[in-house]
Design a protein around this ligand. Structure first.
Ligand SMILES: Cc1ncc(COP(=O)(O)O)c(C=O)c1O
Ligand SMILES: [Zn+2]
Length: 412
C-alpha cells in the first residue's frame, strides 16, 4: 500500500491526498454548466509492485498492492472483480478471430463493471469518515454503490433518471439505497447530485468527478493483463458513455508498464451508440473535447449520455494508445446480445453487447486485424434489461404437456 498524489489530466498540476478535493482547482474555473468535467484528477501511486501478487485479483492483498487505500478493513466484504477472461472458442470460430477473449464483467456482485469503482470509493469514504455516499447514474453505478454500501454498512443516496430500466430500479430499492428518481436525463441527475453533495456534505461518487472511480475501474485491466501474461493484449474494446471505464482500463495497463508487468500498452477502442456518440465524433474530428448531444438516445441506456463527463481524459487515452472509436447502431447492439449469448454463454445488457457490435465495425474499418489478441470488455449483465433483450427473440407457442406436442414441435 503506497502513498499517492492526484494529477490533473489537463494542466498536470499535482495535489496531495485531500478528502475534499475532487477536481483540479485551477481547471475547475473553466467548468461550464453541464459540460464535461474540467480538471479530472488521476491517482499517481508512489510505488507499484514489480511482480504479480500471489493473492486472487479480488482479494484485499491484491487490491492493496495496486490501489490507494490505507485501511484494509474499510474495503467492503463483497467479491468484486476477479471476473473470468474467457477464451470463447465458439465466438472465435463464428467470427474467424483465433485470438479473441471475453472479459465477463457481468459476473460482478451487482452485475456490472461499476462495482469496481464503488468498492474503492466506499473504502475511501469510510477512511475519510463519511456516513453517506451519493451518486448520479444511468442505473449501474447506482446499483454498484447500493450493493457495496449495503455490504459496508454505509448509506447510499442515488440519483437516477425516472426512465431507468425496471430491473435496475428494483435492484437499488432492494439494496436499501435512498433512491431519487429525477424527472429528466442522466445529465440532469448528475448536476442535481453535485448540488446535493455540496449542500448536505455527502461524499460524491459521480463518475469521473470522483478520482477513485477511474482508479477503481483499472482493476479490470490488471486482471486482463495478469490472465494473458506474459503476452499483452493488442486491443481492448470498451463500451463507452462518460468515458470513465475506458480511462480506468487505460490507467490499469499504464501502471503495469513501468512496473515491468506489461510489455506494451494495448490499443483502446471506444464503442458508443450512434445516438449518443459525442466522444466518437470528437475523436474523428480530432477535437480535444466534446460537443454535447442534446437529446442523446439509445437502446443501450447505460451509454446514453449527452455530455460525457470524462471526455477530455478519455480522448487523450484513446489517442495515446493509438486506438480508435466507433459508433454502432441500436440494431447492431441488439443483434449482438443473442450472438454473444449463443456463442459464449455470456448474457449482456445492450451496453455490454455493444463491445461486440463495435468489434465487427472495427474489423470492417481496419482498426483491428484478424490475428490480433483482442479483448471484449462485457460490462453489464442482460438480466438488467430483459425488455431490450426480449426484442431480439421470438417467444415459442405454449404446448400442452403431451409428448405428441413435443414431437410435432420438432417435426419428429
Ligand atoms: C454496463 C455499462 N457499460 C458501459 C458503461 C459506460 O461507462 P462509462 O460511462 O464510464 O464510459 C456503463 C456506464 O454506466 C455501464 O453501466
Ligand atoms: Zn488542472
Amino acid at each position: 500500500m503506497s502513498g499517492f498524489r492526484l494529477r490533473c489530466c489537463e494542466c498536470g498540476r499535482e495535489y496531495a491526498e485531500n478528502p475534499e478535493l475532487l477536481v483540479c482547482e485551477a481547471c475547475a474555473t473553466l467548468q461550464t454548466p453541464g459540460g464535461p468535467t474540467r480538471g479530472v484528477l488521476e491517482i499517481r501511486l508512489d510505488e507499484l509492485p514489480g511482480e504479480w501478487p500471489k493473492a486472487r485479483p479480488s482479494d484485499t492483498d491484491f487490491l492493496a498492492a495496486f490501489l490507494p487505500f490505507s485501511d484494509p478493513s474499510a474495503v467492503a466484504p463483497l467479491d468484486v472483480g476477479g471476473t473470468p477472461l474467457l477464451p470463447a472458442p465458439g465466438l472465435r470460430e463464428a467470427l474467424d478471430l483465433p485470438r479473441l477473449w471475453v472479459k465477463d464483467d457481468t459476473r460482478n456482485p451487482s452485475g456490472s463493471t461499476k462495482d469496481r469503482a464503488s468498492l474503492l470509493v466506499v473504502a475511501k469514504a469510510r477512511e475519510y469518515g463519511y456516513d453517506t455516499v451519493a451518486t448520479a447514474s444511468t442505473g449501474n453505478a447506482a446499483a454498484a454503490l447500493a450493493a457495496v454500501g449495503a455490504a459496508a454498512g454505509i448509506r447510499a443516496v442515488v440519483f437516477v433518471p425516472a426512465s431507468a430500466p425496471e430491473a435496475k430500479l428494483v435492484q437499488l430499492l432492494c439494496y436499501g439505497a435512498d433512491v431519487v428518481r429525477v424527472k429528466g436525463s442522466y445529465d440532469d441527475a448528475f448536476d442535481l447530485c453535485l448540488e446535493a453533495c455540496d449542500a448536505f456534505g455527502w461524499y460524491n461518487r459521480n463518475t469521473g468527478l470522483n478520482p477513485f472511480t477511474i482508479e477503481g475501474k483499472k482493476t479490470a485491466a490488471l486482471e486482463i493483463a495478469a490472465a494473458m501474461s506474459p503476452e499483452p493484449p493488442d486491443v481492448v474494446l470498451v463500451p463507452t458513455g462518460d468515458g470513465v471505464i475506458l480511462a480506468g482500463v487505460a490507467k490499469g495497463f499504464e501502471d503495469l508498464v513501468p512496473a515491468g508487468l506489461l510489455a506494451r500498452m494495448p490499443r483502446l477502442v471506444a464503442v458508443q451508440p450512434e445516438g449518443s456518440a459525442a466522444i466518437v465524433t470528437a475523436y474523428l474530428e480530432g477535437a480535444k473535447s466534446v460537443t454535447p448531444v442534446p437529446d442523446a438516445t439509445s437502446v443501450a441506456d447505460s451509454l446514453t449520455v449527452g455530455t460525457p463527463r470524462n471526455a477530455i481524459l478519455c480522448l487523450q487515452r484513446i489517442r495515446e494508445s493509438n486506438g480508435g472509436a466507433v459508433a454502432v447502431s441500436d440494431h447492431d447492439i441488439l443483434d449482438a446480445i443473442p450472438f454473444l449469448a449463443r456463442h459464449t454463454g455470456v448474457f449482456a445488457e445492450p451496453a455490454g453487447a455493444a463491445a461486440l457490435a463495435g468489434l465487427r465495425q472495427a474489423l470492417e474499418k481496419g482498426l483491428v486485424e484478424r490475428d490480433e489478441r483482442i479483448v471484449l470488455l462485457i460490462t453489464g449483465t442482460g438480466l438488467k434489461d430483459v425488455q431490450a433483450a426480449s426484442r431480439t427473440v421470438e417467444r415459442p407457442e405454449a404446448v400442452p404437456p403431451e409428448l405428441e406436442a413435443v414431437a410435432q414441435r420438432f417435426g419428429l
